[in-house]
Design a protein around this ligand. Structure first.
Ligand SMILES: [Ca+2]
Ligand SMILES: [Ca+2]
Ligand SMILES: [Zn+2]
Length: 553
C-alpha cells in the first residue's frame, strides 16, 4: 500500500470563509506535495527502432515502451509537447513537458532526440518520478481573476494593464515542494516597468515566488552610422545609431539605437546617469548631438554599443542565432550604473555596466569578453536555463567565460581590457584565466572551503564545497566554473575556437537543461561533438581528453 502524504492545507481567511466545497475524495488530496529533486536523464545508445515520424507521438511511444529504463511509470499520460525543432544536421529534438493530472510542471522538461533516419539517439533533461505516483489535487480553490488581483497587489502593478495579463494553472516546484499554483504574467510600463511572473498558491492564495523578466521602451526614428572613441582610446567606426531632427543640417538628436539588422528589434545602449536605482533600469537611451561620440562620458557607451553588436554578429554568423533570445529580441546595455561600481551584470534581460573604481577596474564595457560573457548569460537563460547555484550555476558562469574567450579571441583571459592600471601593477592582469586559473587567489573568505591552496581550481580535486547561498557565491559559481573553463581551454588548444564554439553552443542549446551538473556537461559536450564530427573524431577525443584531465567523469 502506498503511504499517503498528509500536509496541512493553509487556507487564507478569504478561502476558508468561502462556500467552496469539493467532492470528498478530492478534498482529501493535498494541493502541494513533497516530491524531492527532479532526476537527471542523459541516456544514449538506446537501440531504438526507426520511427516513420519524428514527433511527439513517436517520442511518447518510445518512452512508454522503455519506461522502466527511464524510471517512469506512465510517460504516455504524463508528458505533453512543448517544442519540436529540426537542426542543420537533420536531427529532430522533441521537447516534452511533464504534467500532473494534465497540468504542466514548471521547468520539468525532457527532450527526445531523433536521428535523421527516425531512430531515437538520446533522451536528456530532467523528470520527476515521485510526483508521477503521488496523489495531488490540481484544481484551484479560487478563480484566475482572484489570482491576478493578488499578483498585481504583490508587485504594485497599475490598476489598468496595457496588455492583457496571462494567468495559467501550473504545478510549481519550489524548494522540493510541488504546489498547484497560478502563474500570472503581466507587463506594464511607467516608472517601474516590468514583465512579472508571480506564482500564487492556488489553494491558500499566498504568493510562492515572483520575478521580473523584462523591461521595455520604444522610439521610432531614422537609421544612421556614426563613430566614437572608446574607454581605451580606440576609434570605433560603423556605430549604428538613430537620428531625429533636421536631415538637411544634421542638427538634432543622435541615439545609440541600432535598428540596422533586419528581423531584429534593435541594439540599444542606455545610461543610468550614475544612479544606483536598479528599478530605474535600463535608464535613458544614450544620446548625443552629432555623429561622433567623442566626449569622455561617451566612451563607456561607445564601447558597450560597439561590443554588443560584435557579440550579436558572432551568434548570428557562427550559430545562425538571431539575438540573445534566438527570436530577434532587443539587446540592451546600460552604462554609468552607480558610482565607481566595479562590476557588470545581466539581470535576465539586459546588461548593466559600472564605471569601475579605477583601483580594480576601468569602465567594464571596455572589454569585449565581458560583453560576450554577459550576453551569453542571456543566451543561456533562453536555452539550457541553467539554475544559478551549485554546479548548474558554475556551468552557467563557465559557458559565459568560454564564449567570452571564443568571441574575444586573442587570449584565454577574462576581463583583461577592463583592468585598472593599479590592479595590473599588483599582478591582477585579468579577472579570471581559462588557461591558468590557479594563477589567482580566490580570497581568504572562500579559501577554507577548498583543498588549502586558496587558488582557483583547475581539477575536481581542487573543487570548493561552498554553501549554496549568496554570501558564498551561490556555492562558488564564479570559482568552480574555472574547472569547466580550463577543460574548454585544453580542448580549444587542440581543435581551435571555431569548433570549440560549435560544440559548446550545441551542448548549451540542445542537451543541457536547468539542473545539469558537471558530469552532464561532459556527456552533453561529447554528444555534441559526436553529432557534429562523428564518434572517435579528433574533436570528440579532444573534449574527452580535456574532461579526463580536469577529473570530470
Ligand atoms: Ca581582449
Ligand atoms: Ca580576453
Ligand atoms: Zn557571469
Amino acid at each position: 500500500m502506498k503511504k499517503k502524504l498528509v500536509i496541512p492545507m493553509v487556507l487564507s481567511a478569504a478561502v476558508a470563509g468561502s462556500t467552496f466545497t469539493s467532492a470528498a475524495s478530492a478534498a482529501d488530496q493535498p494541493s502541494h506535495v513533497k516530491a524531492g529533486k527532479d532526476q537527471a536523464l542523459f541516456m544514449t545508445n538506446l537501440k531504438s527502432k526507426e520511427y516513420a515520424s519524428k514527433n511527439k507521438a513517436s517520442a511518447l511511444q518510445f518512452l512508454q515502451a522503455n519506461k522502466a529504463k527511464f524510471g517512469m511509470n506512465d510517460p504516455a499520460n504524463n508528458f505533453t509537447e512543448l517544442q519540436k525543432e529540426t537542426d542543420q544536421l537533420g536531427m529532430t529534438h522533441v521537447k516534452l513537458q511533464q504534467t500532473k493530472n494534465g497540468v504542466p510542471i514548471e521547468g520539468v522538461i525532457i527532450t527526445v532526440h531523433f536521428k535523421k533516419d527516425g531512430e531515437v539517439a538520446s533522451v536528456t533533461g530532467y523528470h520527476n518520478p515521485n510526483i508521477e505516483v503521488k496523489t495531488m489535487k490540481t484544481a484551484a480553490a479560487f478563480t484566475k481573476e482572484k489570482a491576478l488581483k493578488a499578483a498585481k497587489k504583490e508587485v504594485s502593478a497599475p490598476a489598468s494593464l496595457p496588455y492583457a495579463p496571462k494567468t495559467e494553472l501550473v504545478v510549481y516546484p519550489y524548494k522540493g515542494v510541488y504546489y498547484t499554483a497560478y502563474k500570472v504574467n503581466m507587463t506594464f510600463h511607467g516608472k517601474k516597468p516590468g514583465n512579472w511572473y508571480v506564482y500564487v498558491d492556488a489553494s491558500s492564495g499566498k504568493i510562492i515566488d515572483k520575478y521580473n523578466a523584462i523591461m521595455d521602451a520604444d522610439v521610432k526614428d531614422k537609421k544612421v552610422t556614426g563613430t566614437g572613441i572608446g574607454v581605451k582610446g580606440d576609434f570605433r567606426e560603423g556605430l549604428h545609431m538613430s537620428f531625429t531632427g533636421d536631415a538637411a543640417t544634421g542638427k538634432g538628436t543622435y541615439t545609440l539605437k541600432d535598428t540596422s539588422h533586419s528581423g531584429m528589434k534593435g541594439i540599444e545602449t542606455y545610461t543610468a546617469n550614475n544612479s544606483w536605482d536598479e528599478n530605474a533600469l535600463p535608464g535613458t537611451l544614450y544620446k548625443g548631438d552629432s555623429l561622433g561620440f567623442k566626449l569622455k562620458p561617451d566612451a563607456a557607451a561607445v564601447d558597450a554599443h560597439y561590443n554588443s553588436e560584435k557579440v550579436y554578429n558572432y551568434y548570428k554568423s557562427a550559430h545562425n542565432r538571431n539575438s540573445i533570445d534566438g527570436k530577434g529580441g532587443k539587446i540592451m546595455s546600460t552604462v554609468h550604473f552607480g558610482e565607481d561600481y566595479a562590476n557588470a551584470f545581466w539581470d535576465g534581460y539586459s546588461m548593466t555596466y559600472g564605471d569601475g573604481d579605477n583601483v580594480d577596474f576601468i569602465p567594464l564595457s571596455a572589454a569585449l569578453d565581458v560583453a560576450a560573457h554577459e550576453m551569453t548569460h542571456g543566451v543561456t537563460t533562453n536555452s539550457a536555463d541553467l539554475v544559478y547555484r551549485g554546479q548548474s550555476g558554475a556551468l552557467n558562469e563557465a559557458f559565459s567565460d568560454i564564449f567570452g574567450a571564443i568571441i574575444d579571441d586573442k587570449d584565454w583571459e577574462m576581463g583583461e581590457d577592463a583592468m585598472a592600471p593599479k590592479a595590473i601593477m599588483d599582478g591582477q592582469t585579468s579577472l579570471r584565466s581559462l588557461s591558468q586559473p590557479d594563477k589567482y587567489d580566490v580570497g581568504g573568505f572562500f579559501a577554507p572551503f577548498g583543498n588549502g591552496s586558496g587558488k582557483y581550481p583547475k581539477h575536481m580535486s581542487e573543487y570548493y564545497n561552498l554553501p549554496e547561498i549568496s554570501w558564498f557565491d551561490n556555492g562558488g559559481v564564479h570559482i568552480n566554473s574555472s574547472i569547466i573553463n580550463h577543460a574548454a581551454y585544453l580542448a580549444g588548444e587542440q581543435i581551435g575556437r571555431e569548433k570549440l564554439g560549435k560544440i559548446h553552443y550545441r551542448a548549451l542549446t540542445v542537451y543541457l537543461s536547468k539542473n545539469s551538473n558537471f558530469s552532464d556537461a561532459r556527456k552533453a559536450l561529447i554528444q555534441s561533438a559526436t553529432d557534429l564530427y562523428k564518434a572517435n573524431s579528433a574533436e570528440v577525443k579532444a573534449i574527452t581528453a580535456a574532461y579526463d584531465k580536469v577529473g570530470i567523469k
